[in-house]
Unconditional design. Structure first.
Length: 287
């Protein structure tokens, strides 16, 4: 009896793994939701925390937890916490997201992470996962399930900690609570898996995209502030290049293709954005 209780305690302790020091960082990003509205993480900096729920059409954990999500929001949105959902499913198109919303009435903006790059950045690996982010310091503070009673759970502890007077998330750690994906909540990451096994090839995959989408302006004497004229140059600018791709600042003038099309739009296909970001994540290798 005693041993089994102790064992249970150890299991709980093992499930809550703390980072050695600082919290995981996330870069800024910009995603469009089911209604066509853009959400940029840094623009939530007027709030102390953003709660992001990973969503997928048909995920039973999402469907069963709707009341809990709304209750959490009722308790925290007037205290400086914003609430968003993110759909990072390769299965779901924007129409699937809208259809799921029409049936279940989540009543949260559902961001369409069509390239799965934000899931990667936030450390999301399944639907049903809840992530708490500090939008000022860009720290991930909690990653885990939606508990039945958040007030008695790490999720509540983390939210209270970041809302406390004088709280500084730089002194906090990422609290990870492991849990199994419920039925219909597993997420596949085919592109990430592929490019983690082998980084995109600089000459045949990366450079052609830059030439087509960027070099027209980013050339010696061009209007872009630096010339993409060597691997060294591109590697050096990689952190900035990743940021402008994640926030969709570059190429300039992007519009949501599911809302309207525009002849001058600078949109690039999601596959190209994935190639560039996964290449940068791999350290921008020469080959
Ligand atoms: C239509 C011209 C044009 C195209 C195409 C273009 N850029 Fe730019 N880029 C600019 C200009 C102008 C600036 C400086 C003003 C700004 O930051 O908006 C800039 C700035 C940047 C910066 C620096 C951002 C900063 O905050 O200093 C990066 C990085 C960048 N571009 C990357 C890219 C990448 C990657 C592509 C291709 C996917 C691209 N650009 C395509 C014109 C362009």
């Amino acid at each position: 009896m005693k041993t089994s209780k102790l064992l249970a305690l150890f299991t709980v302790a093992a499930a809550i793994s703390f980072n050695a020091q600082a919290a995981d960082r996330v870069g800024d990003f910009n995603l469009i939701d089911n209604t066509g509205k853009a959400h940029q993480l840094s623009k939530y900096a007027f709030n102390k925390a953003v709660v992001i729920v990973s969503q997928q059409a048909g995920c039973t954990a999402n469907q069963e937890n709707i009341a809990r999500y709304k209750q959490l929001r009722t308790n925290f949105d007037h205290r400086g916490v914003s609430f968003l959902m993110i759909n990072s499913s390769v299965e779901d198109e924007r129409d699937d997201i809208r259809a799921e919303e029409a049936v279940w009435n989540y009543d949260f903006p559902i961001m369409d992470d069509d390239g799965q790059l934000v899931a990667d950045a936030l450390g999301i690996d399944k639907a049903g996962q809840v992530v708490v982010v500090d939008p000022v310091r860009m720290n991930v503070l909690y990653r885990g399930p939606m508990p039945a009673q958040w007030a008695r759970h790490e999720l509540g502890t983390v939210l209270e900690a970041v809302l406390a007077d004088g709280a500084d998330s730089r002194q906090m750690e990422t609290v990870n609570v492991d849990f199994e994906a419920a039925e219909g909540c597993a997420l596949e990451f085919p592109m990430r898996d592929r490019y983690q096994a082998e980084a995109p090839d600089y000459e045949t995959e990366v450079a052609p995209i830059l030439i087509e989408r960027c070099v027209g302006c980013h050339v010696e004497g061009g209007i872009g502030p630096f010339a993409m004229n060597s691997h060294m140059m591109i590697q050096g600018w990689s952190p900035m290049i990743k940021e402008v791709l994640m926030t969709k600042r570059m190429p300039p003038m992007q519009v949501d293709p599911t809302v309207r099309t525009w002849i001058n739009a600078g949109n690039m296909p999601v596959e190209e954005r994935q190639i560039l970001v996964h290449w940068i994540n791999a350290g921008s290798p020469r080959n």
